[in-house]
Design a protein around this ligand. Structure first.
Ligand code: KIV
Length: 271
């Protein structure tokens, strides 16, 4: 594994340099102190406090229900666990779409109340005014194009986006608009690998892919998916590195057995 230990603290500038040097960016989601601590110590470059918390932490079907207060709670917990990585926090649905005043106020709350280093929001052309206002206030913004889960009811399905020329052209245009508006990076979610390659090569800011092939400047996965805590979600793009569901189930079953049989606690575990 190659983690650049010379980097004391990852900043948006570090990510820019990584792109220039051809070093891939690793990003993972986290929502609490304990996992953030492990991921940071392991050498992850970026932690995303994603609004996927709505699914994997709260059990909702979509990302839509999570609130700004709930995102702030998760982000505060993550920030207490990290020393090195960059922490990006999602603006949840309904906290930036209506106008740029509201978007700026939401972004400021996240930065002020959590100590996060950047925010992320979904959308292209329609989000540009808000992105410009937030960037002008000194807040780094990560964009998010392709499959944008906050628009799931508009899409109607979680299948691959921008397969057709018209949508692919819009995505390419949106990517340039996001860069021009001042985004420091952008997530490309579930789009064809060739399109992600073209977009990544056309931009000077880094792209972070999820289901967008190997030519993005970095990759992101949801921690519950890559650690195998979720077993139901197995899209083609997911590489599962652990089977925590099985391991935790086994451990808890053993604990139950040990309690029921009075094996636990033994003398060494007693005072
Ligand atoms: O909320 C999230 O986890 C995300 C990633 C899928 C990029 O936005």
């Amino acid at each position: 594994m190659s983690v650049n230990k010379e980097v004391k603290r990852i900043t948006t500038n570090t990510l820019q340099k990584m792109k220039s040097n051809g070093e891939k960016i690793s990003m993972i989601t986290a929502y609490d102190y304990s996992f953030a601590r492990i991921f940071d110590a392991a050498g992850i470059d970026v932690i995303l406090v994603g609004d996927s918390a709505s699914n994997v932490m709260a059990g909702h079907e979509t990302t839509l229900p999570i609130t700004l207060d709930q995102m702030i709670y998760h982000a505060q917990s993550v920030l207490r666990g990290i020393h090195r990585c960059l922490v990006v926090v999602d603006l949840p649905f309904g906290t930036y779409q209506s106008n740029s005043d509201i978007a700026l106020a939401s972004a400021i709350r996240i930065m002020k109340e959590t100590g996060a280093h950047a925010i992320k929001l979904e959308g292209g052309e329609e989000a540009i005014d808000s992105i410009k206002r937030i960037v002008a206030a000194g807040i780094p913004v990560m964009g998010h194009l392709g499959l944008t889960p906050q628009s799931i009811y508009k899409f109607g399905t979680y299948t691959v986006r921008a397969k057709e020329e018209e949508e692919a052209n819009k995505l390419k245009k949106d990517a340039l608009l996001l860069q021009d508006a001042g985004c420091f990076a952008m997530v490309l979610e579930k789009i064809p690998a060739n399109l992600a390659k073209e977009v990544s090569e056309s931009l000077h800011i880094p792209t972070i892919g999820i289901g967008a092939g190997n030519h993005c400047d970095g990759q992101v996965l949801v921690m519950h998916d890559m650690l195998g805590i979720n077993t139901e979600f197995k899209p083609r793009f997911l590489r599962q590195y652990l089977n925590m569901h099985e391991q935790i189930t086994g451990a808890v079953q053993q604990y139950i057995t040990d309690v029921k049989s009075s094996d636990f606690p033994n003398e060494n575990e007693s005072y």
